[in-house]
Design a protein around this ligand. Sequence first.
Ligand code: PNS
Length: 171
Amino acid sequence: MSQRQEEAMSHAALYPGSFDPITRGHTSVIARGVRIFDEVVVGIARNISKKPMFTLEERIGFIEGALEDEGIDRVRIEVVDGLLVEEARRLGCGAILRGLRAVSDFDYELRMTTMNRELAPEVETVFLMTEADKFHVSSSLIKEVARFGGDVTRFVTAEVAEALEARRSED
Ligand code: PNS
């Protein structure tokens, strides 16, 4: 077996994102991820380009709640700070897991994956296509719907829906 094959044989995958907040789209990817990998490490990005609506602690709490709500095991939550591939190595993950929805995701994901492969060829990126009923589910759209008083309860946990409602009444 080549060194590259051996290096890639970690059975954990890093699933990175801002999770601001976690949605049923994310939990679907995590649930499907643990059917492929022994462990999924949810890597919550501390520094994201957009100002997050929820604090790091709130976002972690929502992820814990969502995992419990859906009964998903073999998941670890870690804060990721730096370059994704370095974080994958640090956390013992041989793969990066990403969900793919519309074609609009594709360009960004292809560029990110190609850059990550150049930086760390042993870390493979694995994509899971979204489930048909979650094609339109994103944290940013859900925040927008909630901001204008729309019902988001089927896209997020009750805890997240309440937190979004509380933010709306603060505005
Ligand atoms: O919430 P998102 O948009 O799905 O998450 C984006 C994230 C956190 C995965 C992305 O911004 C990222 O990888 N940040 C870490 C910094 C990094 O490694 N950048 C180079 C990738 S080419």
